[in-house]
Design a protein around this ligand. Structure first.
Ligand SMILES: [Zn+2]
Ligand SMILES: [Zn+2]
Length: 338
């Protein structure tokens, strides 16, 4: 099954040909729940990780830090899925058994659904995603020479004190590799006994990558061009009403998990991201999004149900982006939340 983004309601480069110079391709990843192997690009699947390489850990969380055991979170999701798949009760409600009701009540009894406690000591990171360059056209331009595989791991706690951006979300690590170098892959991915938030635990998903064209968030454009686009939007809206597309939501930036393209700053307005090591402006490599099509906003969907295939939610149901240095891929990446 492949997934195709619907055509844009109109081609923004017709009224604004100067936008062509700003076009970038992005690869929408289109995650779908499935059973990926280490040979597949995936979110939440096993990584092609060398068995003899140390698995990264995070040491920031003290004993007693509240969270949820991944097994408990998975059971919770399984019960909700099973109940959701059943015929509804006579009054249209969900048909729980008494046992399920009791178990869900127990799970949600604690504030924030946090029934478990971290024992203390280093906590293994979670395998979040892996991307093969052969599957994802927009990955190769970021890959350091000789590499063709990207591993993304994160620590599923919200509070991280280290680093300029990291206190807004999970601590992430990126690893570039050459897949052919991994002759003995690790069989079982370690995972933390307790995750700070259940929403940072990805459902295993296969990917259906699709390349699209994006244009920048309006604040990246010259002010004069941005003003003309806004005036054009107002005029179109006055003429055809609510059917008029928005530059931000319909014509420039694709929602959902993606590699490359442009980064949206709809929450804070533009904050340019610069490399800590060399000061160069960084480029967005990976966007982790809480929703795939933002159904309410319309034109990028429909996406096969559910709209949250990975079950990962970041920020206030927003986006969490990894920025990398375009001049030297060995410089540390930075994360930013919107
Ligand atoms: Zn951590
Ligand atoms: Zn740099």
């Amino acid at each position: 099954m492949s997934i195709h983004t619907p055509y844009r309601p109109l081609d923004i480069t017709i009224p604004f040909p100067e936008l062509r110079a700003w076009a970038r391709t992005a690869t929408r990843l289109h995650p779908i729940p499935g059973s990926p192997t280490a040979a597949d690009s995936s979110v939440g699947g096993p990584l092609l990780w060398p068995a003899d390489e140390e698995w990264p850990v995070c040491g920031e969380h003290g004993p007693g830090t509240p969270g949820i055991a991944p097994e408990r979170e998975r059971r919770y999701r399984r019960i909700l899925r099973e109940v959701d798949a059943r015929p509804r009760t006579e009054d249209g409600g969900l048909a729980y058994t008494d046992e399920e009701r009791a178990e869900l009540d127990a799970l949600s009894a604690e504030p924030w659904h946090q029934p478990d406690r971290h024992e203390g000591g280093p906590s293994p990171l979670l395998a979040l995603a892996q991307f093969y360059a052969r599957d994802i056209p927009d990955l190769a331009p970021f890959a350091p020479p000789g590499t063709d595989l990207l591993h993304v791991l994160w620590c599923p706690y919200y509070e991280h004190a280290d680093g300029p951006f990291s206190h807004f979300g999970p601590y992430t690590r990126l690893y570039w590799r050459r897949a052919a170098d991994v002759t003995e892959p690790l069989a079982v991915m370690p995972e933390p006994a307790v995750a700070g938030r259940g929403r940072y635990l990805p459902e295993p998903c296969v990917l259906r990558p699709e390349q699209v064209v994006e244009y920048p968030y309006v604040d990246y454009l010259p002010e004069e061009l941005g003003r003309r686009i806004e005036a054009w939007e107002d005029e179109l809206r006055a003429r055809i009403g609510d059917a008029a597309p928005w530059y931000q939501y319909d014509l420039s930036l694709a929602p959902g998990w993606k590699i490359g393209g442009w980064d949206s700053w709809h929450t804070t307005d533009l904050v340019r991201v610069y490399c800590d090591a060399c000061g160069t402006e960084m480029r967005v490599l990976l966007t982790i999004d809480s929703y795939e099509s933002h159904a309410a906003e319309g034109s990028w969907g429909p996406f096969p149900s559910p709209d949250t295939p990975t079950a990962v939610k970041v920020g206030r149901d927003g986006e969490y982006r990894a920025f990398v240095c375009p001049t030297d891929p060995s410089h540390p990446h930075r994360m930013s939340m919107q």
